[in-house]
Design a protein around this ligand. Structure first.
Ligand code: FMN
Length: 355
């Protein structure tokens, strides 16, 4: 209600300034108690998520407000992407609201204050609730794999899980790390830096628990069927904790807003059909052997439930919060509880992939 009153004023501001105010508001609000595991609790990669709805990466790039986000009823918060060195990102303007499309286009380019600053802040947390750290590489890095290794070493002790993000469209060449050969090498390096207690095996039988936090991999929605099969195979082989499907798209479904022609990654409602389709593709390719995190265009409990039934164990959102405000998490969590009961499921895990 309050957000509905504030929104016209916020939307008169440049989108990045409005985002800065949202962060400032959350800082003022301070850390809330994270939600406690309720009827929606689900175990993924050895972690008990109190509910399956998370804040996606990019909202809290520097890890400033994860506990305030958990206080809004998000079951988990993913901070980042964080790169080893501080980085200014692309010139402004680089963030655009597409109001008529309930969408966002961004070409931020991994702007963040770097690993050292974030590690200091995240190290000072009380470590309550599930906070994932999303890892990126510096734009000018001569060795991007080395960047992910550095980030893994620094962030592993501070994270519930690490998300390897090789799917941002705003760092030139980054998405090439999704190619089969490159991906395998990258993940071997990250897993070694994380400290696995046994080498990856090609079966999916449960082995001894790994020493560090689980590794999630975040992929683009703009992938060909052969890429999807290769990524799925590698992710299972390396025993990743989960695949996050997906990042923003460089494709342009029909859009109405005046910023439709801006370069960058598109998120929000126009991404929903594509992200849902990619989730289904990955569900098919993994055969349920690997948990999936569904993200892209989720704006309601119905959207989140559809994603779960299509195979997502967890879901995330970002753009819908721009349009609906901070009450969105609580609304979706309540709606999911009703839908689970309505459809006769005893747990979220039971509903995953049930469509
Ligand atoms: C402004 C903005 C910045 C983002 N920055 C990141 C990022 O740093 N790392 C990342 O993995 N994803 C980033 N994302 C992608 C989101 O995490 C998410 O995958 C995408 O927006 C689709 O979800 P949505 O439609 O709910 O927004 C960003 C998205 C937006 C809108």
């Amino acid at each position: 209600m309050l957000y509905r009153l504030l929104r016209p004023a916020l939307f008169m501001l440049d989108a990045e300034r409005a985002h800065g105010l949202a962060l400032a508001g959350l800082k003022l609000r301070g850390a809330g108690a994270p939600p406690t595991p309720g009827p929606l609790a689900i175990e993924v990669a050895g972690l008990t998520f109190p509910n399956p709805l998370g804040m996606a990466a990019g909202f809290d790039k520097d890890g400033e407000v994860p506990d305030a986000l958990l206080g809004l009823d998000f079951g988990f918060a993913e901070v980042g992407s964080i790169t080893p060195l501080p980085q200014a990102g692309n010139p402004r303007p680089r963030l655009f609201r597409l109001e008529q499309d309930r969408a966002v286009i961004n070409r931020m380019g991994f702007n963040n204050r770097g690993a050292e600053a974030a590690a200091g802040r995240l190290g000072d947390r009380q470590r309550r609730g599930i906070v994932g750290i999303n890892l990126g590489a510096n734009k000018d890095s001569p060795d991007r794999v080395a960047d992910y290794v550095t980030m893994t070493r620094i962030m592993a002790p501070l994270a519930s899980y690490l998300a390897v993000n090789i799917s941002s469209p705003n760092t030139l060449g980054l998405r090439a790390l999704q190619d089969e050969g490159a991906l395998s090498g990258l993940l071997n390096a990250v897993l070694e830096a994380r400290g696995a207690d046994e080498p990856p095996r090609s079966d999916t039988a449960a082995g001894p628990r790994a020493a560090g936090p689980p590794i999630f991999l975040k992929v683009a929605p703009d992938l060909e069927p052969a890429d999807i099969d290769a990524i799925a195979r590698i992710a299972i082989d390396k025993r990743l904790g989960a695949l996050i499907v997906s990042n923003t798209t460089i494709s342009r479904p029909p859009l109405k807003s005046r910023h439709a022609g801006e370069a960058g990654g598109l998120s929000g409602e126009p991404l929903r059909p594509l992200a849902l389709q990619r989730l289904r593709d990955f569900r098919k390719a993994t055969g349920g052997a690997l948990p999936l995190v569904g993200v892209g265009g989720i704006a309601s409990a119905e959207d989140a439930w559809a994603r779960i039934c299509a195979g997502a164990s967890l879901v995330q959102l970002y753009s819908a919060m721009v349009y609906q405000g901070p009450g969105i998490a609580r609304r979706i969590v309540r709606g999911l509880e009703q839908m689970m009961r309505r459809d006769g499921f005893a747990s979220v895990a039971e509903a995953v992939g049930s469509e």
